[in-house]
Design a protein around this ligand. Structure first.
Ligand code: HAM
Length: 417
């Protein structure tokens, strides 16, 4: 028997209400902040990701789904959504539009990770990017939008972590400080951290091992080694966040797993989990567009995993609206009644009433059981008498009350709800 590939899941009909709920809220919040939807392909030139996410990152070294097509192009299934949006911005000359260009997306994302709760090899992200503006108020606006999304979904107890990791000018100096510090503690580092020490020093700060965390806690802080420009920017982002009443904590160990970030980085954590399972994260990436061949263009964005949002909606027992299901089931007895049922179903659907009918020759009792299992509000029963009177027997499934309703009145009754 075939199963879905490891780390992937089918989103079954009973799960769909969560997805539709989040999509609806995400579209609403996008409208409030002036973001427009962009859809990019599921696969891109592999180099787009290696160059932007960074050669030394886990995503690029271990997690990309790479393939060569029949023409010899090296492609990758999208392991994140920001680089494709930037590629599209450059390709379509969006620098000629009013800046910042604000774009949002729902995208399937592919990472060859070790599957566990909230971690998949194919997951979906809702993300948004504001491109073409350096002002710190835009960072705050993006963070505010992320926060507002979770608030509108009814999630509680989230924490908002903020940091600044500087820019091309000040980060190398900071990394030198960090490396010097870590070299003094190298004996106590886990094997992964020992390996990262030279190539990916910043990532030592977010190692999850207890001893490494202790070392990281006392490490030099990036926010204390910022150049003037980054320092002023960070202060201004915090000011704007205070105006917006966003309850943030500066987390000196927050560095994010992608190399393209500059200045502001942030993550939103659910109540029960450690830093391993952010519900969403983002930040500023002022060099990315230039690195992939565009003009120097500052930008800031955010993305949240849909599955992680759902995990938290379920944990917090958030009431999610049901996806609307058919209100009426048509049961019939005999061949002539079956013809009438087909006709009535068509008439109801033409009047926008969602309807289901029995298709097999089951007893009335079995048809009513079927209707009950489908959770419809009514069943319309058609038999010989009903055909004669051009009516149906309408059964209210919650009370089992039955009454005769002429067909023309039935449509009126259901259309009015
Ligand atoms: P990221 O932190 O790698 O950032 O992913 C964003 C979110 O996607 C995470 O916070 C998490 O909710 C979800 N996520 C990541 N990996 C998985 C997985 N394997 N299974 C389930 N959910 C996952 C980015 O991808 C950046 N592009 C965000 C961004 C947008 N930065 C600026 N603009």
């Amino acid at each position: 028997m075939y199963k879905s590939p490891r780390g992937t899941v089918d989103i079954l009909p009973e799960e769909q209400k969560y997805w539709r709920f989040i999509e609806k809220k995400a579209v609403e919040v996008s409208r409030l902040y002036g973001f427009e939807r962009l859809d990019t392909p599921v696969f891109e030139d592999a180099q787009l990701f290696t160059r932007s996410i960074g050669e030394g990152t886990d995503i690029v070294t271990k997690e990309m789904y790479l393939f060569r097509d029949q023409s010899g192009n090296d492609l990758a299934l999208r392991p994140e959504g920001t680089a494709p949006v930037c590629r599209s911005y450059v390709e379509h000359g969006m620098d000629n539009r009013v800046q910042p260009v604000k774009l949002y997306y729902f995208a399937a994302i592919f990472r060859y990770e070790r599957p566990q709760a909230g971690r998949y090899r194919q997951h979906y992200q809702f993300g948004f990017e504001a491109i073409g503006e350096i002002a710190p108020s835009l960072d705050a606006e993006v963070i505010d939008m992320a926060w507002r999304l979770y608030e509108s979904l009814g999630l509680k107890g989230l924490s908002l972590q903020l940091n600044s990791i500087g820019c091309r000018q000040c980060r190398p100096g900071y990394i030198e400080h960090l490396r010097t510090y870590y070299k003094e503690h190298v004996d106590r580092l886990c094997p992964d951290c020992k390996n990262r020490l030279e190539k990916n020093t910043l990532r030592l700060l977010d190692c999850k091992k207890t001893t490494c965390q202790e070392i990281a806690d006392a490490a030099p802080k990036s926010s204390e080694h910022l150049c003037d420009e980054c320092g002023t920017h960070f202060e201004s982002v915090k000011d704007k966040m205070k105006i917006l009443r966003l309850p943030f904590h500066v987390n000196h160990r927050l560095v994010r797993g992608l190399d393209y970030y500059t200045k502001t980085v942030f993550e939103i954590q659910p109540p029960e989990e450690g830093s391993q399972s952010a519900i969403g994260g983002g930040g500023r990436y002022d060099n990315l567009i230039e690195e992939i061949g565009g003009k120097p263009t500052p930008a800031v964005g955010f993305a949240s995993g849909m599955e992680r949002i759902i995990l938290n909606l379920k944990r917090q027992n958030v009431n999610v609206p049901e996806v609307s299901t058919p209100v009426i089931f048509i049961a019939h007895m005999g061949d002539e009644a079956r013809g009438k049922a087909v006709q009535l179903a068509a008439d109801l659907r033409r009047n926008d009433v969602p309807v289901l009918t029995a298709h097999s020759d089951k007893s009335l009792k079995a048809q009513l059981r079927q209707a009950n299992n489908l959770s419809v509000r009514y069943t319309a029963i058609i038999g010989e008498d009903e055909i004669k009177n051009n009516a149906v027997t309408l059964r209210d499934m919650s009370t089992s009350d039955q009454r005769t309703v002429p067909v023309n009145k039935l449509i009126e009754l259901l259309v009015e709800g």
